[in-house]
Design a protein around this ligand. Structure first.
Ligand SMILES: Cc1cc2nc3c(=O)[nH]c(=O)nc-3n(C[C@H](O)[C@H](O)[C@H](O)COP(=O)(O)OP(=O)(O)OC[C@H]3O[C@@H](n4cnc5c(N)ncnc54)[C@H](O)[C@@H]3O)c2cc1C
Length: 365
């Protein structure tokens, strides 16, 4: 059997959290191996790179990563400025990943597809904690099995978006018309501009929805045929409208206020209390069918649909591990209630560490 000594701590994902964890481990002299599925670090961020985040630089840069970078002459960007996701990658994550302390430990184009323990499936308890982890890693050269003494899952949720269907299952027709449905935040004013100079239905009521709606409204200023129809499952939009000036993150408050203004001024049409059931094609365009308190209703027709319905973790990767997850948020139990959208707009999470992030599976976080 492979021995645990000298094995690295495996980190799944080279995003802001994975690279901060790597910097912290390296600074403590521990061997580390970062697996990044994309062709560069921060590849999820690059997907929505045009979006300006609502936390200023001082919240985006890990303290130990900053120290490491500064020891090589890097300069912290203006701490109170708000970067776009592209800027976070270009000005922080990419330089961090190139440092001699980290670069040899980071592998890109390496997707971890499953994790277990050498010689022990989920059921076997005997000497479990002494068996190294086994990671199935898919690369351009094929699939290999790597070993690790501990695993930190920093893979995020971006790559597993929720479907349009209000019940959490794909709406009827969602797969069939998938070529006209975008998940997350398309780059309406840039890369994807040519697709959105028409009619769009946006489904969802979070900050991604707000960003996309504001961009569609800006596109309409220069592309006259552009219009947006906003559909939400909830009738209470306080979560997205937020606390305005009173928001703990003022830039987030501003986003909420701006989208509220957009809806209340009638510049976009808003349909609330609409539980999406099906997508149908009528005369070459898409109609969304949903359940409302007054019965079935159709909205549209439109050219495209944006599903800003959130994301969830990909639990298939950790299926062979012993996890104790929040029953509906599917994150660690200690933090679930603090960020539950049934209770909070975004939630307040106090600083936390290995105790809160641990699971019944020893050495998995
Ligand atoms: C529009 C938008 C705005 C946001 N604004 C803010 C904000 O203002 N402030 C804030 O704090 N947060 C914000 N967030 C949340 C933000 O996504 C996170 O704070 C941050 O990206 C979390 O970093 P992460 O490293 O956990 O995950 P990610 O950035 O998602 O990185 C995960 C990485 O893991 C890789 N990966 C995934 N699966 C695998 C696998 N199986 N094997 C190997 N690699 C894998 C991905 O390619 C990716 O590089 C925002 C999110 C969105 C979508």
């Amino acid at each position: 059997m492979v021995s645990n000594s000298n094995l690295p701590v495996a980190i799944i994902g080279g995003g802001p959290v994975g690279l901060a964890a790597a910097a912290q481990l390296v600074s403590r002299g521990l061997p580390v191996k970062v697996y990044e599925a994309g062709s560069s670090v921060g590849s999820n961020l690059l997907d929505w790179g045009h979006v300006r985040v609502f936390t200023p630089w001082r919240y985006c840069v890990d303290a130990v990563a900053r120290k490491l970078l500064e020891s090589h002459g890097w300069q912290m960007p203006e701490p109170e400025a708000f970067p776009t996701a592209d800027e976070i990658v270009d000005q922080y994550l990419a330089p961090l990943a190139k440092l001699p302390e980290l670069a040899p430990s980071i592998e890109t184009d390496a997707r971890v597809v499953a994790i277990s323990r050498w010689g022990a499936d989920k059921v076997l308890s005997k000497a479990r904690e002494t068996r190294p982890f086994m990671l199935l890693v898919e690369t351009t050269e094929g699939t290999r099995r790597d070993s690790a003494r501990a695993v930190i899952d920093a893979s995020g949720t971006w790559q597993t978006p929720n479907p349009l269907g209000a019940g959490g299952l794909p709406a009827e027709g969602e797969r069939e018309f998938g070529d006209r449905i975008a998940y997350g935040i398309p780059d309406v004013l840039g890369r994807d501009r040519h697709l959105y100079a028409g009619r769009t239905t946006l489904v969802g009521a979070g900050h991604s929805a707000a960003n996309a709606l504001l961009e569609l409204d800006r596109l309409a200023e220069t592309e006259p045929g552009t219009s947006a129809l906003w559909v939400t499952r909830s009738t209470d939009l306080v979560r997205i409208y937020g606390g305005g000036d009173a928001d703990a993150l003022p830039a987030r408050g501003e986003l909420g206020s701006d989208v509220r203004h957009l809806a209340e001024s009638g510049r976009i049409r808003l349909v609330t209390g609409f539980a999406t059931l099906a997508i149908r094609e009528v005369d070459g365009r898409l109609v969304v069918e949903g359940q409302t308190k007054d019965g079935l209703r159709n909205v549209g027709p439109v050219d495209r649909i944006i599903a800003a319905t959130g994301q969830r973790p990909d639990l298939a990767v950790t299926r062979e591990l012993r996890l104790d997850l929040d029953p509906w948020l599917e994150g660690v139990k200690a933090l679930g209630p603090l960020i539950d959208p049934n209770e909070h707009s975004c939630g307040d999470v106090p600083p936390h560490g290995h105790r809160e992030l641990s699971h019944p599976e020893p050495d998995f976080y």
